[in-house]
Design a protein around this ligand. Structure first.
Ligand code: FO1
Length: 324
């Protein structure tokens, strides 16, 4: 059944949304509310994937999937709503260094994903299958079926993304980033198809360095996005100089050597994106962003309710000329 979502009958065009974790998932939910399943493809960062207890965990795919299925934990934005942590507690008593918060329901998902991957299915196939089982109708697609891993370079040495983000609570100062495996990866088949046919490409409000850049690092993607003859819309994850969630603001300081701002986000994507959505709070930088060549929309971008998600998605589609 999920295969049909990617079949040749799939309508060309629609929106291609690039997403990381919680922020990206929120806009993906809004887009899915207003677009038909054949008019939206959500491509997700897999640079954060990691193996725990021998299981393949894809945190951003899971955050997007749970969110689109209405199953995400509303307090954290990631994980399964109402999950329990019995297995993790038992792992701790058995001596495991269980610092990654895997709930019991969540673990079942990772068990199943790992089983299907071992049976020979690709990550794309497994992701569609699991999303389908959770009732998600719009295709959720990994950026690549080959492993790409975000490596954080810091004063404390190199570490995986989850080691940095969860175990070390984003405390080490990030001095560099690497996307191991990217050179020999290729975009997943549905991603490649959507890159060639989308009516609009949307960068969801995810961390530019940690969530969107890994997607752009997959060979060919940055070039195809830059060459796309359709609107490429960035929704700023920075509002009033602050990241809505996560370490994006600090990373602008240490990697881009500039204060975090909507303008800094626009500069980051300059040359590959054409349209920019910033929050009302950042209106004062509108002209500076327009001077970079962007068409700019100033609106409310903080998504704390379902209505916010839908309204922002509708504004993005309207700006991109996509009919809903
Ligand atoms: N984030 C945390 O801050 N602490 C956790 O223990 C944690 C566990 C976790 C388990 C499954 C999952 O899908 C996501 C989880 N996340 C956790 C979120 C995840 O680390 C980040 O949201 C993304 O990788 C960044 O986009």
């Amino acid at each position: 059944m999920p295969e049909s979502k990617l079949s040749d009958n799939r309508r060309a065009g629609g929106v291609l949304a690039l997403a990381g974790g919680v922020g990206g998932a929120k806009l993906a939910v809004g887009l899915a509310e207003i677009l038909e399943p054949d008019a939206l493809t959500v491509v997700v960062n897999t640079g954060d994937d990691e193996t725990f207890y021998g299981l393949h965990v894809s945190p951003d795919i899971d955050t997007v999937t749970y969110s689109m299925a209405g199953l995400a934990n509303p307090e954290t934005g990631w994980g399964f709503a109402g999950d329990t942590f019995n297995a993790l507690e038992t792992l701790k008593t058995l001596g495991a260094d269980a610092w990654f918060g895997l709930g019991d329901h969540d673990l079942a998902l990772h068990l199943r994903r790992s089983e299907l991957l071992r049976s020979g299915m690709t990550l794309s196939e497994v992701t569609l299958d699991l999303a389908d089982k959770m009732g998600v109708q719009h295709p959720i697609v990994p950026m690549s079926d080959q492993p790409v891993r975000t490596i954080i370079e810091s004063g404390d040495g190199e570490m995986s993304f989850q080691e940095y983000f969860v175990h070390r609570r984003s405390e080490p100062e990030v001095t560099g980033l690497r996307f191991d495996g990217a050179d020999s990866a290729s975009p997943s088949p549905a991603f490649k198809a959507a890159l060639g046919s989308a009516d609009a490409i949307v960068f969801c409000p995810s961390n530019p360095f940690l969530s969107v850049d890994p997607i752009l690092a997959v060979p060919g993607v940055r070039r195809l996005v830059a060459a796309a003859l359709v609107p490429v819309v960035v929704v700023s994850p920075i509002i009033g100089g602050r990241a809505v969630k996560g370490p994006a603001a600090r990373i602008f300081e240490t990697l881009a050597h500039k204060p975090p701002s909507a303008l800094a986000v626009a500069e980051h994507y300059s040359g590959i994106a054409t349209h920019f959505v910033m929050d009302n709070e950042d209106e004062s930088s509108r002209q500076a962003v327009e001077a970079l060549g962007y068409q700019v929309l100033v609106t409310e971008t903080l998504m704390t309710t379902n209505k916010h998600k839908i309204d922002l998605a509708a504004a993005v589609c309207d700006m991109a000329g996509v009919s809903v």
